[in-house]
Design a protein around this ligand. Sequence first.
Ligand SMILES: Cc1cc2nc3c(=O)[nH]c(=O)nc-3n(C[C@H](O)[C@H](O)[C@H](O)COP(=O)(O)OP(=O)(O)OC[C@H]3O[C@@H](n4cnc5c(N)ncnc54)[C@H](O)[C@@H]3O)c2cc1C
Length: 529
Amino acid sequence: MLECDFLIIGSGGGGLFSALHLAPYGKTIILSKKDPNETATSYAQGGIAAVLSKDDSYKSHIEDTLKLGCGICREDVVRVIVESGPEIIRDLENLGVIFDRDEDGYHLSIEGGHSNRRVAHIRDQTGRVFQDVLYHNAVNTDAKIITNALAVDLIVDEEEGQRTCYGAVVLTPDGTIEDIRAKITILATGGAGKVYLVTSNPDISTGDGLAMAYRAGAKIINMEFVQFHPTCLYLPGARPAHERTFLITEAARGEGAILTTIDGDRFMPAYDHLAELAPRDVVSKAIYDVLSKTGDDYVLLDMRPIRGVSLKRRFPYIYENCLKWGYDITMEPIPVIPAAHYICGGVETNLNGRTSIERLYAVGEVAYTGMHGANRLASNSLLETFVMAKRASQDAIKLSKKVKNSNKTRVHIPTSKIPTQEKIVISHEWNSIRRVMTSYASMMRSDHRLNLADKYLALIGDILKVDYKKYAPSLDLVETFNLHHVACLIVKSALMRKESRGLHYNVDYPQQDDENFRKETVITSYEEE
Ligand SMILES: Cc1cc2nc3c(=O)[nH]c(=O)nc-3n(C[C@H](O)[C@H](O)[C@H](O)COP(=O)(O)OP(=O)(O)OC[C@H]3O[C@@H](n4cnc5c(N)ncnc54)[C@H](O)[C@@H]3O)c2cc1C
């Protein structure tokens, strides 16, 4: 058993930024279930939204965020996060990040849904630079980073109706199960894009933190709102599988790229007056509609209309990657499709990152702060991640001085030491969950499809529960189990919302119904059988 003051589960932007604040104040352990730099943070291309130009204002950024959130953002949260933007940019610069600049100051991009240029970036590799800088700083603190260590479940006890978290049960790199006891536990496990077949997310995005918090009884909010990014490179035959979807940043459309059918017909102006600059959900749904009508597998993104910047210099990462797959963006359009990109819902936190479970915090994509409501404004997530990691850490430092480590436990971890005999079962259920979600619970939903998803997921759940109890925990088994819980949360939440709002579109209720549904969807109860 290990003991620490601060246990951080995750080594992406949320986890590392928290660690940099916490490490000077107590023993800090950071867990990463794979390579510490294989994170969604590393893949962010577009940048981070912040009010940095004299032509922009907090008011405008707040209004854009609230508008896209379709009436269910938490306005106080939006205000605090937006107004913290410039401070966070300075913090990142102090750590060593150098943003792109031009003669007027920061070079700021514009992305769908923003009414001003406000996305600070480092070419098209913003996330890669953030991850490298944060990691470099973190390894120079006293924080201990344990790689290939999978948090399996949270250690939670309940007294007089209040649950408290005392750390996590971890599958260690040598395959043993160990408790890590902590005064404070911070979930920074990222998103869950792998719940769909086509996703921009890396393989680590299996919603582990969401599932662990759900099993521990935390409040989970708004899981029906899943954002699909309209333009991921279409690479059906790519190997390895994780290279199958490569995101083409929205900034490409911001700079002037256009979308056409395979026959070269530009279609976005017919769907929205903002054409290619319409918000992501509008563009994704338009592509879905075009593909339904044409029967094609993809549409084309043409970056050649971009004027005034060198494509190679402004988008070097995209240029190189497309070239690797045989497409020269300076000479030809590229095939693209929408892919699951971001989960707006998550583990509820207050403005200090505290969840409904004592001593458990959540930051980054795993958390639901109320910033995004029913739809996320592009490049607001890195902003939210860093602002909340800082705020949560400041609060956690104070709380850690008032609490002690404890041996209490209420967690039910399978104790079996038998290695999985039937890997085929896990891989089949993994694929089944993703196929069910893609067919029945993605961009276009109906009650019929969602009910079918619910039934299939119940069946898959029965099969997985048996394996989870029978065999020793392994990465594949735990991730599949977690993915199943996330899928159930999305479907349950989608069935509860009998209207269409933001990213949730149900053909049976095509209108927004403010009278009955201008509210968050809340799920708390996890019943173990
Ligand atoms: C392709 C792509 C492009 C994007 N572009 C932008 C953009 O331009 N601007 C923007 O604002 N947002 C963007 N986003 C979203 C943004 O990058 C993410 O929301 C954000 O980086 C999430 O950070 P995080 O720290 O929460 O999670 P991540 O960076 O994903 O880190 C998660 C960490 O948790 C660890 N982990 C997970 N489960 C466990 C477990 N059970 N045990 C131990 N460790 C675990 C992982 O190993 C990893 O270290 C993009 C996302 C993607 C995928």
